[in-house]
Design a protein around this ligand. Structure first.
Ligand code: PGA
Length: 341
C-alpha cells in the first residue's frame, strides 16, 4: 500500500481504492451491512461464507480502517463503514441508472424502482405501482411500507429511489412534491348513536371512547392537534399501530376513530362503517413524494414521479366520489329516520 497522499491519488482519483478494491467486494460489503449478517449476505449473493469473509477482509484492509463492529449482539457499521455504505449505495444507484440509460439507448424500457411509503399510503401505493407497471412492464418495482421513523432512516441511508409521506419534510436536504389528497374523517360503526347526526362538535366526539393510532403517526398528530384547538383531548380507549386493527376495533363497537378516507376505499360506503358529520372534518391532508435533493434521480424514478403527479387528479376524483357516497348515504338515512318518526 502506498504511504503518502501523492501516491495514493493519481489524476485526482483515489488510485489505491481503484487498484485494490472491486465492485464485487463493495457488493458484498453492502449486503453484509444491510442484512447485518455474513451468512445472510452469502445466501443472498449465492456465495460461500468463506468467500464473503475473505472479500470483506480485503476491502477493510484496502481501506485501512475497521468497517464493522461485531462487539455487540448485532453487527453494526462503524462510522467509516457507514460512510462507505452511503458511497457504495450511490455508486450502485449510478450503475443501475447507467443500465437504464443504456437499455433506453437499445430501445428497451427496463430498470428498477424502489418505493418506500408511510403506513397509510399502502391503501393506494400498490395500485399506483400496478398502473405504472402496466405502462412499463420491463421495470422491476418494489414497495416497502413502514412507519415514519424507519422511513426517515431509510431516506438517510439512501435505501430507496422515492418515498411517499403524509407531510412535507422540514429537512432542507429533502425535496417534497405534493401530489394527491389524504382526507381524514371520523369513522364509527353503522349502529353508532351519532351516525345520523349532523354537524357534531369536536367536543362531543371527545366524549366518545376513541381508538387512536400509535405515537408518531401523522394522522394521530393531526387529529390530536384539531382536538387541542377546540380545547379538548380525545378519550383514548386504545392505541393501535395499524389502520386495519383500528377498523376492527371500531367495527367491534369499541369507539370512534380518525382515519384517512383512503382506508375505506375498498369497502366504500356500503361497508360496515359510517363517516360521521363532524365540524372541521374532513381534514384536508396531502400526500407528498419525497427524495433527497442531492440524489440524482434515475430516468425511471423521474418517470414515476411525473406519472404519480399526473395520477393525482384521478386520486382526488376518487376521494371526492367516495366522500360523496358516504354523504349521500347519510342524507338518505336521515330522511328515512325523519319519515319514520
Ligand atoms: P401515518 O402517516 O400512517 O403514519 O399516520 C400518514 C399521514 O401522515 O397522513
Amino acid at each position: 500500500m502506498p504511504e503518502n497522499d501523492d501516491t495514493r491519488f493519481k489524476g485526482g482519483l483515489p488510485d489505491y481504492l481503484i487498484r485494490h478494491t472491486t465492485f464485487r467486494q463493495m457488493q458484498i460489503f453492502e449486503a453484509v451491512v444491510r442484512l447485518g449478517s455474513f451468512t445472510k449476505a452469502a445466501e443472498e449473493l449465492f456465495l460461500t461464507q468463506p468467500t464473503v469473509s475473505t472479500q470483506f477482509k480485503k476491502l477493510s484492509d484496502a481501506m485501512e480502517i475497521p468497517l464493522i463492529d461485531q462487539s455487540g449482539r448485532v453487527l453494526k457499521a462503524t462510522e467509516a463503514g457507514s460512510e462507505l455504505y452511503r458511497t457504495v449505495r450511490n455508486i450502485f444507484d449510478s450503475l443501475a441508472d447507467l443500465d437504464t440509460r443504456i437499455a433506453e439507448l437499445k430501445g428497451l424500457k427496463r430498470g428498477r424502482l424502489r418505493l418506500a411509503v408511510i403506513t397509510t399510503a399502502k391503501y393506494f401505493a400498490p395500485e399506483l405501482l400496478g398502473d405504472f407497471s402496466r405502462l412499463y412492464p420491463g421495470v422491476d418495482v418494489s414497495l416497502k411500507v413502514t412507519n415514519r421513523d424507519s422511513l426517515f432512516t431509510r431516506i438517510n441511508d439512501n435505501e430507496d429511489d422515492l418515498y411517499i409521506l403524509g407531510q412535507p419534510s422540514n429537512d432542507n436536504n429533502l425535496e417534497s412534491h405534493c401530489f394527491a389528497p389524504n382526507p381524514l374523517v371520523v369513522i364509527a360503526a353503522k349502529d353508532h348513536p351519532l351516525v345520523n347526526q349532523t354537524n357534531i362538535s369536536i367536543k362531543r366526539i371527545a366524549e366518545e371512547p376513541f381508538i387512536a393510532r400509535e405515537v408518531g403517526s401523522g394522522i394521530r398528530d393531526t387529529a390530536f392537534k384539531l382536538f387541542a384547538e377546540h380545547g379538548c383531548v380525545p378519550k383514548v380507549r386504545m392505541e393501535l399501530g395499524s389502520n386495519e386493527a383500528i377498523k376492527h376495533a371500531v367495527f367491534g363497537g369499541l369507539g370512534v376513530a380518525v382515519l384517512s378516507l383512503h382506508t375505506l376505499s375498498l369497502e366504500g360506503a356500503n361497508g360496515p362503517f359510517e363517516v360521521l358529520d363532524v365540524e372541521g372534518f374532513p381534514i384536508q391532508r396531502k400526500w407528498y413524494l419525497v427524495h433527497r435533493k442531492d440524489k440524482e434521480l434515475s430516468v425511471i424514478t423521474s418517470t414515476f414521479l411525473e406519472f404519480a403527479k399526473s395520477i393525482g387528479p384521478e386520486i382526488t376524483r376518487r376521494m371526492e366520489d367516495l366522500y360523496e357516497q358516504f354523504a349521500k348515504l347519510h342524507r338518505e338515512n336521515r330522511k328515512a329516520c325523519a319519515n319514520s318518526e
